[in-house]
Design a protein around this ligand. Sequence first.
Ligand code: PLP
Length: 449
Amino acid sequence: PQPNPEAGAAVKAADRAHVFHSWSAQELIDPLAVAGAEGSYFWDYDGRRYLDFTSGLVYTNVGYQHPKVVAAIQEQAARMTTFAPAFAVEARSEAARLIAERTPGDLDKIFFTNGGADANEHAVRMARLHTGRPKVLSAYRSYHGGTQQAINLTGDPRRWASDTASQGVVHFWAPFLYRSRFYAETEEQECARALEHLETTITFEGPSTIAAILLETIPGTAGIMVPPAGYLAGVRELCDKYGIVLILDEVMAGFGRTGKWFAADLYDVVPDLMTFAKGVNSGYVPLGGVAISGAIAETFGKRAYPGGLTYSGHPLACAAAVATINAMEEEGIVENAARLGETVLGPGLCELAERHPSVGDVRGVGMFWAVELVRNRETREPLVPYNAAGEANAPMAAFAAAAKEGGLWPFVNMNRTHVVPPCTVSEAELKEGLAVLDAALSVADQHVE
Ligand code: PLP
């Protein structure tokens, strides 16, 4: 791409004058002006190219500008750009069929939303109406979206400012051996004690008051904590025992990210409701949804579901989903994520952990990995405190700056970097990225005590 700094300056100036950015103190941010993107890379107006180890916000699972998805959007725009949700429309019907064929068990009906947060809003509404119960249990160390109910269900600091309307939400601790709340020393102990804690929470809250348990199958932004074998099956059992709806949030973990179509496939667990967004069409056009079990769909068989959206199943977004799913199937993209996760990315990150004292833990699967940075491997003190900002966050900022300097755009959250490239990434690109991370971790190592 030809550098064009003047055009970049104009883009930046209009952004700074008029765009109000998510989750940010508006005067303290400095967004990069992006000129273009393709595959695993994007570039700025100065001609600097970055290997994107973030997949945007963990959503461009087929990379940027996948030609089949771009063509499908163009064709749909030419044929029928939009149509109201009450009609049967080819792109919508086909997207629903392709998704329902891949979701586990009898999750055969699809309610489309605009993204992940509203998918969770609707899943919770369905669960409350289906059970006639008010409460929802969700985990600390979770993210479920930025709208009112979804942010209340979230278990990270983004919730705090919006906690005025947390009615009916109760948080519990899900398993995470590296920072165990249960004094566990093995995954088996962590699993058993986390389940015991969840059942106690249910007992004390009152099973007859709990509509749903909402969990990310593998928590994403909160740290990619792959649950121990048996945990999700145990949660499923508790839900069955107490008549509680199990909602799995696969907004980030779904559509190939873990090397399976859905993370639930890793555990053979079938939820009653499953929410998705992001990877369903690699975010080329906003789309999310809820996959609904037979029993819950039946609740709304003769009785109207009290919810809807102008853009539910938007044809342009659905055409992008159809093309994305077909491309993933034709090109073996899910298998690519599984194979390179197991043979290149996982081993490569573990090898970095051996040489860099700032790496406390490496965990993940497929193209879904977290590297946890610490000041001290013995005490596991995080490299920066929980929710650090400004000077307190300087070591992580220095790590991120070093990665960018090396041509890699890293995903950084608190004391972690998440390694979440597109599922289409090549072995050579992963090796290129691992080499940049190697150099950036040497900067983090300087803060080890
Ligand atoms: N659920 C999970 C697990 C997520 O990671 C996200 C977004 O990062 C959401 C829900 C919210 O999705 P959206 O930003 O599309 O509303």
